[in-house]
Design a protein around this ligand. Structure first.
Ligand code: 13P
Length: 251
């Protein structure tokens, strides 16, 4: 693993202000695992509060617009996220690709905007079940990487890739460790091709039904540099078990 493992919670459209108590518990728990980088991407409404409260948490957005400001009702820009205290943003999540028609080019424009605003980016890629069944999983992910990753000088240092097979998200199903290893190796090769030596240090997270029961096995796979966690990140109890699987507690 090139860095300390990175465990990121994607809260999706979950979390009222009352959920800040979970965030505070996660923050306290994260302090006991200094060998693990812990992030949460709450809904926009909680980004500022969480960034103010968190001492041991990296707080991020779940999406941003490609423009810094303007007449885009309902959108949130990368500079706004930065201003609210975020340090990273997720772009290209499959739910946005599928439900909001986001193309690779749009995802790349968002990643560029995020980096320009001083944010790190987590770029999500992953195949559907039909694509995997057709033997096209690696080709699909390859094309997504080719079209979605930012290409600026020095961008590799700001990028994390999250491999999230669409069919594993929220389903309780996960790929075999061999399939995860094969895909992460392919992603690493692509990162080296795009970024040269800088591609060696880019973290590649696995996402899709990660939970306390399977985290150990998934995090042990070669080239898995951490996890992007949905449902199991919503409570401190389950999320901290995944953090613990990534690195031992120190008192
Ligand atoms: P689940 O962990 O709920 O499957 O969600 C994964 C995900 O989409 C994280 O971005």
């Amino acid at each position: 693993m090139p860095h300390r493992p990175y465990i990121v919670g994607n809260w999706k459209m979950n979390g009222l202000r009352a959920a800040m108590s979970e965030a505070r518990s996660i923050d306290r728990g994260a302090q006991r695992h200094p060998g693990v980088r812990v992030g949460i991407a709450p809904p926009f409404t909680l980004v500022h509060a969480m960034a103010e409260t968190g001492q041991n948490l990296f707080v991020g957005g779940q999406d941003c617009h490609a423009q810094p400001s303007g007449a885009f009702t309902g959108e949130v820009s990368a500079p706004m996220l930065k201003d609210a205290g975020a340090v990273f943003v997720i772009v290209g999540h499959s739910e946005r690709r599928a439900m909001h028609g986001e193309s690779d080019a749009m995802v790349q424009a968002k990643a560029d905007a995020a980096i320009a605003a001083g944010l790190d980016v987590i770029v999500c890629v992953g195949e559907t079940e039909a694509e995997r069944d057709a033997g096209r999983a690696e080709a699909v992910v390859d094309a997504q990487l080719e079209g979605s990753l930012p290409r600026g000088e020095g961008d590799a240092a700001r990028v994390t890739v999250a491999y999230e097979p669409v069919w594993a998200i929220g389903t309780g199903r996960v790929p075999s460790v061999d399939d995860v290893a094969a895909m992460h190796a392919a992603i690493r090769a692509h990162l080296l091709a795009i970024y040269g030596d800088g591609g060696a240090a880019v973290r590649i997270l696995y996402g899709g039904s990660v939970n306390a029961g399977n985290a150990n096995e998934l995090l042990a796979v070669a080239e898995v540099g951490g996890a992007l966690v949905g449902g199991a990140s919503l409570t401190a109890d389950s999320f901290l078990q995944i953090v613990a699987a990534a690195g031992p507690a120190e008192d």
